[in-house]
Design a protein around this ligand. Structure first.
Ligand code: FE2
Length: 773
């Protein structure tokens, strides 16, 4: 096939004007003919499996398989496609050739066609974001017609769609760019038919993809489905970027913690691969560099649900930075083998100096791949990353949500989660990562976990329990937190759903990691009077009625853990508490600018008695509480018995804020006392919608959304990230809340939300000292 395609390409170029009506004949240069038609990927010798290979992004992954050496679409739905990650059309002054062998597998009601999309690009024409763009020039066969952009012509002779080759040739033509599509049988290089058209050069720039059923409106049971093989791509119009490859080890995440046991420092690392096949190798090897030599630390098996392999290495030498390699040896169906590596650095334990923490939350995919945030992280070089949840949303990357059964639901989840790795894989390479799942990660709009109970009825935003199969929930936990330091008490909760709360000692700092919704009581235990189980909208509603005896926030197990943790000062002198959300109701408006809400049962201010119990427990350990979830950055201090008698809370900005929230208490007449000296609006001591005490020191309210460009929009919506310098010597935390579209290293005051940066002393988290006023 490879040589056939190349021959055809040469012939087509040579034919020039006479065959295609080109105005000018462009002879193929020596370089072009040399590089003509290399087949991308290795489908021919890949074992049957879901994951198509590191050169590709399949839309959606769960609808594609490698079967018998070709990439086959399992869905007859519309616009199923495979994007090429490694080749982008960037130079309209040069030519390109692309061909693919196609084979129709079945047609349901109507054939939605087959072929290429050329010039697939998002508003920012960046290769990862382009993978989800709906644009591009169609070039293929649909319903007996050749289609090229908006031009179509009836096929002159029948074409066997079960076995044919589509070839596109692009070349500059004056001010325009010409494309020629040719269809031929697989056994002969004689074109059966061709169509040519010219386009503005800009139109061809971007990604290229192969498509099964062009029409995105085709539902699953309507269209046809196709197999693709021998996809070849060549020409100087392409920029080839092998660094865009994603896999077989997609990314890795690690943690390093002083176990304060015979195990010493324990390093744990997970490698994540795409879903592999039954016949594929399922072991990952870990090597580290010591004294200039690579040394194997053995292999770990891939979990065949989560596709993670996790190593736990006790008595790690935390004093040295240690280069590592994760190695995957892929055995092919022809007996050959290829070896892929993911390299990185395990940092030395950052002791004797302040620890720099990057704190992040909530990735709504309109802002994917969040480059301004990801690049700022690389620039500011934190010692530790913390993702506090909503690494994805249910609609991430399009193509729908699969809730049941577990197996396809898992693939649906993994595909969405992989976008997290695509965006932040570089940042996670060389520094420890703590990553906890929140509601959207388990496909729920809200979550009140009820200790793992199965959700019996209602929508995912209005009832307690887990909607998804426990097996899928456990994959979420494993892919996010499988590499965390050993959990405090790993006994699973109901339905055998795993728990992940525990602690970490890193860089003279003690961290507690909570799942603050996993044991929380559901809203069906109370009546909000709003018709919506989670929202109180009536400003006169008496929310004290929502505080019933026996309702849980953190749950008994996590409360006991926190009591222990607050008394445990081994190996550290300053503490940080990680959880998903803030233990106060610091949003007055939700959804729309005027969407007033008195109280939201999904925040950590409810249930009140359990919230106050938690706030009283943690003040003993004086941790700074760092959380996310809200899409609204706030800096506040909890009060249980009195205002400001417990910890400070830093709710970090969303990486890319979706559903907007505002804290505008002044506007709705909420009373305040002791406004901070800076005099910023909406700050001071408040009683929140649930009657809880909270001192709000700073807030980063968003603007209503209007911008078109994804990054401008994310910036406008109050997105960004948190950076915290934790100084164990000075016993201080210096907090930065950075906006989205900034250079966090250029020192401009406008980089941060109003009120930041702020330095808090450890003792202020105990509630006794109030240095900040
Ligand atoms: Fe969120």
């Amino acid at each position: 096939m490879q040589s056939l395609t190349r021959r055809m390409a040469l012939k087509l170029f040579a034919l020039g004007t006479t065959f295609f009506g080109f105005k000018k004949t462009t002879a193929l240069t020596a370089a072009e003919s040399e590089s003509a038609a290399p087949v991308i990927g290795r489908w021919k010798k890949t074992n049957d499996r879901v994951w198509l290979g590191e050169e590709f992004w399949a839309n959606p992954m769960e609808d594609w398989r490698i079967i018998d050496g070709a990439a086959e679409c399992l869905s007859t739905g519309g616009s199923r496609n495979i994007q090429l990650l490694t080749h982008q059309l960037t130079n309209p002054k040069a030519s390109f050739t692309m061909s693919v062998h196609v084979s129709q597998v079945e047609v349901k009601q109507q054939d939605g066609g087959v072929g290429f999309r050329i010039g697939v690009k998002s508003d920012i024409n960046e290769y990862r974001s382009n993978c989800f763009a709906k644009s591009g020039i169609k070039a293929g066969v649909v319903n007996g017609k050749l289609i090229l952009g908006n031009k179509e012509q009836k096929l002159k002779q029948p074409v066997d769609l079960k076995n044919c080759v589509l070839t596109v040739i692009g070349k500059p033509e004056g001010e325009k760019y010409s494309l020629t599509l040719m269809v031929s049988g697989s056994e002969s290089d004689k074109p059966l038919d061709t169509i040519s058209h010219t386009f503005p050069p800009q139109a061809v720039l971007g990604n290229v993809a192969v498509v099964s059923n062009f029409d995105p409106r085709f539902k699953r049971m309507i269209g046809a489905r196709y197999r693709f093989s021998d996809w070849s791509v060549s020409g100087d119009a392409f920029t080839v970027s092998p660094e865009h490859e994603f896999g077989p080890i997609l990314w890795s995440m690690y943690s390093l913690s002083d176990s304060r046991s015979k195990d010493g420092f324990v390093m744990k690392i997970s490698a994540l691969t795409g879903p592999l096949g039954e016949k594929d190798n399922k072991d990952i090897e870990l090597q580290i560099e010591q004294d200039g030599k690579w040394k194997s630390l053995g292999t770990a098996p891939l979990d065949t649900d989560a596709w993670t392999a996790t190593f736990r290495i006790a008595n790690w030498n935390e004093k040295e930075k240690t280069p590592f390699k994760l190695i995957y040896k892929e055995q092919h169906s022809d007996g050959s083998e290829s070896i892929a590596e993911r390299t990185g650095i395990i940092r030395a334990n950052p002791t004797g100096r302040p620890l720099k923490l990057g704190a992040l939350t909530c990735q709504k995919d309109y802002g994917f791949p969040y480059e301004p945030v990801a690049n700022n992280l690389l620039k500011v070089d934190p010692d530790l990353l913390y993702f506090s949840g909503d690494q994805l949303y249910e609609d991430h990357g399009g193509f729908g949500l699969i809730r049941d059964p577990a197996e396809p639901a898992i693939l649906n989840y993994l595909r969405k989660y992989y976008m997290h790795g695509m965006a932040f894989g570089e940042a996670m390479r060389d520094r420890p990562t703590i990553c906890i799942p929140d509601d959207h990660d388990v496909f729920q709009g809200n979550i009140w976990g009820e200790g793992g109970k199965k959700m019996v009825e209602g929508t995912t935003s209005s009832n307690g329990g887990y909607r998804e199969p426990a097996r899928m929930v456990n994959v979420v936990h494993k892919t996010c937190a499988g590499h965390h330091p050993d959990y405090y008490d790993p006994t699973p909760c109901l339905q055998n759903i795993s728990v992940y709360y525990g602690d970490m000692v890193y860089g003279d700092v003690g961290f507690a990691i909570l799942g603050d919704r996993q044991f929380k009581s559901g809203p069906e235990h109370v009546e909000t009077g709003s018709g919506r189980a989670d929202h109180v909208t009536d400003p006169n509603f008496d929310t004290s009625k929502l505080d019933k005896p026996g309702l849980e926030l953190l749950g008994d197990r996590q409360e006991k853990f926190l009591e222990h943790w607050c008394d445990d000062w081994r190996g550290h002198t300053i503490k940080v508490l990680f959880s998903q959300t803030v233990f106060a109701g610091v949003a007055t408006h939700h959804g729309g600018y005027d969407g007033y809400l008195k109280a939201d049962l999904d925040c950590g201010s409810w249930p009140q008695t359990a919230r106050n119990r938690a706030v009283r427990i943690i003040r003993k350990g004086m941790p700074l509480h760092i959380n996310g979830d809200q899409h609204l950055t706030t800096l506040s201090q909890y009060g249980a018995d009195e205002q400001r008698d417990s910890c400070w809370s830093f709710c970090t900005p969303a990486i890319s804020a979706g559903y907007p929230r505002w804290w505008r208490p002044d506007e709705v007449g909420m009373e305040h006392e002791n406004r901070p000296k800076h005099g910023l609006p909406n700050t001071g001591e408040y009683i929140d919608g649930f009657g809880n005490k909270v001192y709000v020191y700073a807030v980063g309210n968003p603007e209503p959304a209007s911008k078109k460009n994804r990054y401008d929009l994310a910036h406008q919506k109050g997105s960004g990230f948190g950076l915290v310098l934790i100084d164990p010597k000075e016993k201080t935390y210096t907090l930065h809340s950075y906006r989205f579209l900034v250079d966090a290293t250029d020192g401009k005051a406008s980089n941060e939300f109003p009120g930041w940066p702020v330095t808090i002393h450890q003792k202020e988290n105990g509630g006794e000292t109030k240095l900040i006023s």
